[in-house]
Design a protein around this ligand. Structure first.
Ligand code: SF4
Length: 441
């Protein structure tokens, strides 16, 4: 950083990861635990454990300035087909292992990148081949992420035809200027068209994603975003608070200019924006179902991928940079497409880093992930891990109760709205001492 750098204020948005998606943190995973992954696949499944599939499509029309995923914007049709072929080979091999053989996935998730970047024909071909290897007959949910500008009527029909139950539209913002400044490929006109077409196709569930605190977001525009969401009336809305991880274009620019604070709203403002959005959504009949999500009909609108994963399901990830969790072993695939393809070609498992959890780490993982729902039942942990979470975590629970961030009610931990809005920041308190890393807020 240069000598002229401005010191960050307490709640300013600094670079780093705020969102906690797994435990133990990725920095503890290592490249020498590949053997643990092979051993996990060689064991029989634990009875009653659901199985899920995640397929990573790493292609996008354009790289968003806030993006921290492995994505490619320059691959041609042949390279894409070649990549998809390799993911099928990966699935064939894993499906033959004792852990997976004979099981049917309970949920399937297409993430990226932009799964809707694929053509209708590529999608149909890919999913036909996936189904021939592992039947989707028992799948309760097939979720699919989309970029609105890629959704033609024909493609939406193909997405519906392959069995997608939840379509997730990455809208992020409704203002064209803000979309452009943040490097998004789509524009608001495409959002409305895509949404209408998706409704006409009759998907069980349409989710939209928004980000609070994009570059140049304003109070006035945020209110307009909420109004537009209410007009669309999706089945669920997911709102993320903008974070600036180190591998984003925004961080690169910060580094070049010597800035310590990202040019986006601070955490207090972002949280107030989400609070206001949640309040408006509740006033219009929605229910808040996690720190990020509002749903129109909680009885009907489920998040099976999320809830299964947060309850310890096996997840087999396919493709470059994908994440998996099998029999308590976390792993991530190689993060460069050429390395991934080369590993598959030479019949190696394309594992970049892995971590075998012990029982205590699995308990903490499920606990912190379920905290994101705003409601954690103690009896679940008594039944599954023979532990009282109220005793085990008595100290942090007491401190967070004093701060008004949660309460213990009838054998359950219930987060207040304040607690829910900063839930990722609270979770560090429950980590094992040697896993505690720097918080960025
Ligand atoms: S669409 Fe999503 S995955 Fe693609 S560049 Fe933008 S944020 Fe990244």
């Amino acid at each position: 950083m240069s000598e002229t750098a401005t010191p960050p204020t307490k709640k300013a948005t600094r670079a780093g990861n705020y969102f906690i998606s797994n435990y133990p943190p990725f920095s503890f995973w290592s490249s020498d635990q590949g053997e643990e992954v092979r051993a996990a696949y060689d064991r029989d499944p634990i009875p009653g454990t659901p199985l899920g599939l995640y397929h990573h499509i790493p292609f996008c029309r354009r790289r968003c300035h806030f993006c921290y995923f492995r994505v490619y914007t320059d691959k041609n049709g042949q390279e894409i087909r070649d990549y998809l072929d390799h993911t099928i080979t990966e699935l064939e091999r894993l499906a033959a292992k004792p852990l997976v053989a004979g099981r049917k996935p309970h949920f399937i998730y297409f993430g990226g990148g932009t799964p809707s970047y694929l053509s209708g024909r590529q999608l149909t071909d890919l999913t036909d081949r996936m189904k021939a290897i592992l039947s989707w007959d028992d799948a309760e949910e097939v979720a699919f992420e989309c970029e609105p500008g890629t959704l033609t009527a024909g493609k939406l029909a193909a997405i519906k035809e392959i069995g997608v139950t939840r379509l997730s539209l990455g809208i992020e913002n409704f203002d064209d200027r803000i979309l452009e400044i943040n490097g998004r490929a789509h524009r608001s006109k495409e959002v409305w068209k895509a949404f209408e077409r998706a409704r006409a196709e009759g998907f069980d569930q349409i989710n939209i994603d928004l980000i609070a605190g994009m570059l140049e977001e304003t109070e006035e525009n945020w209110q307009k975003n909420i109004e537009q969401v209410l007009k669309l009336a999706p089945d669920s809305i997911t709102i993320y608070q903008m974070e600036i991880p180190y591998n984003t274009t925004i961080y690169k620019d910060m580094k070049e200019s010597g800035a310590l604070v990202a040019p986006v709203a601070g955490w207090e403002t972002k949280r107030r924006w989400v609070r206001e959005a949640f309040a408006e959504l509740e006033a219009n009949g929605y229910t808040i179902s996690s720190g990020y999500t509002a749903v129109k009909n909680p009885e009907r609108t489920k998040f099976i991928y999320r809830d299964s994963l947060w309850g310890g399901a096996d997840l087999v990830g396919l493709g470059v940079a994908s994440f998996s969790h099998v029999q308590g072993v976390h792993y991530q695939n190689l993060t460069e497409i050429d390395d991934y393809v080369a590993a598959i070609d030479t019949e190696k498992m394309p594992v970049k880093r892995a971590f075998r959890t012990n029982e205590e780490e699995r308990m903490i993982r499920e606990f912190i992930l379920q905290m994101k729902l705003g409601h954690v039942k103690a009896d679940y942990f008594r039944d599954k891990f023979q532990i009282s979470i109220l005793d085990r975590f008595a100290r942090p629970l007491e401190e967070l109760t004093e701060e008004g961030l949660l309460e213990v009610i009838d054998d359950a931990i219930v987060l207040s709205r304040d607690g829910l809005l900063c839930v990722d920041n609270l979770l560090h308190d429950f980590f094992l001492e040697h896993h505690k890393t720097d918080r960025i807020v």
